[in-house]
Write a protein that binds this ligand. Structure first.
Ligand code: NOJ
Length: 734
C-alpha cells in the first residue's frame, strides 16, 4: 500500500490518522514498513545536477540512484531545488514507491538562498540578534518558496583560527555570543511551527569540534581538551538544541582518536544524553565513508556499523547504510533497533514538516522579495576599524573608487552561493555610479571561479593599478575595495598566509604614495592580517566581509553616513599568523607578564595583543562610559553603567559585559563575555544601561562535564565597548 495513496484516496482513514499524535502516526507507518524501506529512510542522496561535494565518478550511478529511489531506498535528498524539480522527484517518491513516503529536501541555505545576505561571520558582527533572526527568516521564506524544507545551517562551530576557511560560516570565537546567535538563527529558520510552509528545519553543525582543526587546515584532525569541549565547543549546540533545532550534523573531523561520525560517547553522552536532543542526526557529506580514510573503520560496512552505533540517523552520500544496513540489521538485533529508531526520528521530522500530510506543501508559494532584508543585514554587518575623520564621506568630496573588488558581482556574494545566480550582487561601483568615479585596477584572480576549484590569484600583473591611480589623481579621497574573493574562504579554503595579495598591496602602496586620503574597504571571509604599514597608512578601514546581494548600496550608505557604522568584531584580528590561535578569552598562564626579561609567556618578535580586539568597532560618534555599579539581584548581579554620546551625531554602541574569576579551583579565561546590549543615543544624551549577570552564567564545566558553580574567590566584572576596554568592578566571594 502506498502511503501517499493512503493519504489522498482513503480520506476518512487519513482524517482519523491526522487527529492522532505524531508519535502514534509514526508508529502506524513504521508498522507497515519492511526492513529495506526502513533503511531507505536513512539514505540521503545528492541531486546530481548541483553538487556541493566531491561527485562519484561515472554515469551508471545515476540510474542506480533512480532505481533506489523507486524501491524506497531514499529518504531525503540534498541540492534539489526549484519547484519543478522538487515536485518531479517528490512525485516519484509518493507515486512510484510502495509506501509512498515523501522525501525531504535539504540544501545549504547558509546566508540566504538566491538573495544572499552577508556571510554568517559578518552577520555575527552585527551583534543584533533580531536582525540575525530576521535574516534567517528571510532566507527561509525565499528557500521554502522553491520547495526546500531543510537547511544545513546554522554552523555553530566556535573557532579561534582564521586560517580555517570555514570561520566565514560561523559566529566567531565566543561561546556566549555564538550561543545567542545559534538560538536566533534556529528561531529564524524554524519559526514557531515547523509545518508552517515558510519555515525550514534547522541543522546545528558540525558536531563537534570541527572549528579546532589542527593548524587551521580543513578536514584535519582536531585537538582540544575536555575543558575546551565543555566550555567552548558544546555550549552553542546546547543553546541551539534548547531553541528547538530539528536536526544536527556530524563533523568531518576526529578527536581523541575517533571520527566525530563514529563518536558514540559524544553523541549519546552529550548530544542525545545531556542535551536531550531527540531529533535527526545527519552525517556530513560522505563522513561515514571517510571513517575508513581516517584509518578508523576497516571498510564501508564497518563504517556503517560504527556510525549507526554512534546514533547517526541519515547517511549523506556515503551509500553505507543503503548497502549494508539490511545486512547489519539481520546479523545484529541491536543494529535492527538502531535502524528502526533512526527511521522513527526521520518520519517524525517528516510529520512535523507537514510533508506526510501534503508532500507538495513547500511548492506553492510565490517567492518573496527579500532584498530589503539582505540590505539591512549588510548595513549592520560592516565594521569600522579605523577612521581619521574622513568617514562619513562629506557631500561634495570627489571620490575615486578602484580596487579589484569594487565592481565585483560574484566574489562579494560570499562562499555559500549554492543557489544564487552568477554575477547577481550589486557591486559598490554600481551603487555609487554617477556620484563617484570608478576606474578598474588590476584583477585579483585569473581563470575560473568555481565552488569546487582553487581560485588562482593574479600574482604579478600590476599594470592596471597604475592606470587607475593616474586616472583618479584629481580626486580628493580614494576608496580602495580590496581583500578576499568569496572563493578564498569557506570549505576547503584554509590559508597559511592571511595577508592581502601582492597585487593589491601594490595598489595600496601606490595609493598611499599619492598623499591622498585612502579609505580601505576590505572584503573578506575571515580576519586577515593587515601589516602595520597598511593600517597606519589608511585614513579609514571599513571591514565589509562578503556582504551579499545588496552589499553595494549597504556599504555606500555606511561610507557616506546615510547609515551608521554598526558592526563589532566577533573574532579577534591577529597581528601575525604566528599568534594563531588567538582569542580574547585565553587563560592567564603562570607567567602572564609583561616582564623586563624573557621568562614570561610571550613572543620575542611579536606582541601578544591583537591588531583589533574581539568586540571592537568604531562608530561615527563617540561614547563615554562611567559610574559602573554592580548590585546583587535575585539571580546573581545586575551591572549598570552610564553611557554618554559625546560626539555630534546619533549613534549606537554595543555595551559588553565580561567577567573574570580567580580562585575557584579551576582555570577560567582572563575574561569571558556574559552579556551585551545595544543602545542608541542622540548627541549629548546619556542613558543608564543595565545588564543581568545570573550566577548561573558563571558556572563552568570541569573536565568530566560536571557543572561547577562559582562559589569562592574573586569575581571581576568589566563593562565597556569591547573586550580590551571598560570599567571594572571586583568582589570577593566567601
Ligand atoms: C559538507 C559541509 O561540511 C556541510 O557543512 C554541508 O552542509 C554539506 N557538505 C552539504 O553540502
Amino acid at each position: 500500500m502506498r502511503f501517499g495513496t493512503f493519504l489522498f484516496l482513503a480520506l476518512p482513514l487519513a482524517a482519523a490518522a491526522q487527529t492522532k499524535p505524531v508519535a502514534a502516526r509514526v508508529d502506524s507507518v513504521l508498522a507497515l514498513m519492511t526492513l529495506e524501506e526502513l533503511v531507505g529512510q536513512t539514505n540521503q542522496y545528492n541531486g546530481f545536477w548541483n553538487a556541493t561535494g566531491p561527485m562519484p565518478a561515472g554515469n551508471e550511478w545515476v540510474a542506480a540512484r533512480v532505481a533506489a529511489l523507486k524501491r524506497g531506498g531514499v529518504g531525503s535528498v540534498l541540492n534539489v531545488a526549484g519547484v519543478d524539480e522538487v515536485r518531479a522527484l517528490q512525485k516519484v517518491a509518493v507515486e512510484e514507491t510502495r509506501m509512498g513516503i515523501p522525501l525531504i529536501f535539504g540544501l545549504d541555505v547558509i546566508h540566504g538562498y538566491q538573495t544572499l545576505t552577508p556571510i554568517p561571520l559578518a552577520e555575527a558582527a552585527s551583534w543584533d540578534l533580531e536582525a540575525i533572526k530576521n535574516s534567517a527568516r528571510a532566507a527561509a521564506r525565499e528557500a521554502t518558496a522553491d520547495g526546500i524544507n531543510w537547511t544545513f545551517a546554522p554552523m555553530v562551530d566556535i573557532s579561534r583560527d582564521p586560517r580555517w576557511g570555514r570561520v566565514m560560516e560561523g559566529a566567531g570565537e565566543d561561546p556566549f555570543l555564538g550561543s545567542r546567535i545559534a538560538e536566533a538563527r534556529v528561531r529564524g529558520f524554524q519559526g514557531a511551527n515547523l509545518s508552517d510552509p515558510t519555515t525550514l528545519a534547522a541543522c546545528l553543525k558540525h558536531f563537534a569540534g570541527y572549528g579546532f582543526a589542527v593548524a587551521g587546515r580543513d578536514y584535519h584532525t582536531t585537538d582540544y581538551s575536555a575543558h575546551t569541549l565543555y566550555n567552548w565547543i558544546l555550549p552553542p549546540f546546547e543553546a541551539g538544541v534548547k531553541a528547538g533545532a530539528a536536526t544536527v550534523m556530524n563533523a568531518f573531523s576526529a578527536a581523541n582518536g575517533i571520527p566525530a561520525t563514529g563518536d558514540s560517547a559524544l553523541v549519546w553522552g552529550e548530544l542525545r544524553g545531556r542535551m536531550g536532543f531527540d531529533g535527526v542526526l545527519v552525517s556530513d557529506w560522505g563522513s561515514i565513508g571517510e571513517m575508513t580514510a581516517h584509518g578508523y573503520a576497516a571498510d564501508l560496512r564497518d563504517a556503517a556499523d560504527r556510525a549507526l552505533a554512534a546514533g547517526c540517523d541519515i547517511d549523506m552520500e556515503s551509500d553505507a547504510y543503503l548497502r549494508y544496513g539490511v545486512e547489519l540489521a539481520r546479523r545484529n538485533p541491536t543494529d535492527s533497533v538502531r535502524i528502526r529508531e533512526a527511521a522513527r526520528r526521520i518520519l517524525t521530522l517528516k510529520f512535523e514538516l507537514g510533508v506526510m500530510d501534503d508532500p507538495y506543501r513547500y511548492c506553492g508559494a510565490t517567492k518573496p522579495d527579500v532584498r530589503p532584508d539582505a540590505y539591512e543585514m549588510a548595513v549592520k554587518s560592516s565594521v569600522l576599524l579605523k577612521n581619521s575623520g574622513v568617514l562619513p564621506l562629506a557631500a561634495g568630496v570627489h571620490v575615486g573608487l578602484t580596487g579589484p573588488l569594487a565592481a565585483e558581482k560574484n566574489g562579494v556574494l560570499g562562499n555559500w552561493r549554492v543557489s544564487a545566480k552568477d554575477q547577481s550582487a550589486q557591486s559598490l561601483a554600481e551603487a555609487v555610479a554617477g556620484q563617484w568615479t570608478y576606474v578598474a585596477s588590476s584583477p585579483h584572480s585569473v581563470g575560473q571561479e568555481a565552488f569546487h576549484a582553487e581560485l588562482t590569484l593574479n600574482q604579478t600583473d600590476t599594470r592596471a593599478n597604475d592606470v587607475a591611480l593616474k586616472a583618479l589623481r584629481k580626486h580628493d579621497v580614494l576608496v580602495l575595495a580590496v581583500g578576499e574573493h568569496g572563493n578564498e574562504s569557506g570549505e576547503g579554503r584554509s590559508r597559511t598566509s592571511l595577508r592581502i595579495s601582492a597585487v593589491q598591496q601594490d595598489l595600496i602602496r601606490k595609493a598611499y604614495a599619492t598623499g591622498k586620503q585612502v579609505v580601505l574597504v576590505v572584503y573578506a571571509g575571515r580576519p586577515l592580517v593587515l601589516e602595520p604599514w597598511i593600517r597606519d597608512g589608511a585614513a579609514a578601514i571599513l571591514w565589509a566581509w562578503q556582504p551579499g546581494t545588496m552589499g553595494g548600496s549597504a556599504l555606500a550608505d555606511v561610507l557616506t553616513g546615510r547609515r551608521e557604522a554598526y558592526g563589532r568584531l566577533p573574532m579577534t584580528f591577529p597581528r601575525s599568523e604566528g599568534q594563531i590561535p588567538l582569542s580574547y578569552d585565553g587563560y592567564s598562564t603562570g607567567r602572564p607578564g609583561p616582564k623586563p626579561e624573557v621568562f614570561w609567556s610571550h613572543y620575542t618578535d611579536e606582541s601578544n595583543t591583537p591588531a583589533y580586539p574581539f568586540g571592537f568597532g568604531l562608530s561615527y560618534t563617540s561614547f563615554e562610559y562611567r559610574d559602573l555599579v554592580v548590585t546583587p539581584s535575585a539571580q546573581g548581579w545586575t551591572a549598570s553603567v552610564t553611557v554618554r554620546n559625546t560626539g555630534t551625531r546619533a549613534g549606537s554602541d554595543v555595551v559588553q559585559l565580561y567577567v573574570g574569576r580567580q580562585g575557584n579551583g579551576q582555570l577560567y579565561p582572563v575574561k569571558a563575555l556574559k552579556g551585551f546590549k545595544r543602545l542608541t543615543l542622540e548627541p549629548g544624551s546619556e542613558a543608564r544601561v543595565s545588564i543581568e549577570l545570573p550566577l548561573e552564567a558563571l558556572t563552568q564545566r570541569d573536565g568530566q562535564g560536571r557543572n561547577v558553580l562559582f562559589a569562592h574567590g574573586t569575581l571581576t566584572v568589566t563593562v565597556g565597548p569591547h573586550s580590551q576596554d571598560g570599567l571594572t568592578w571586583t568582589t570577593q566571594m566567601p
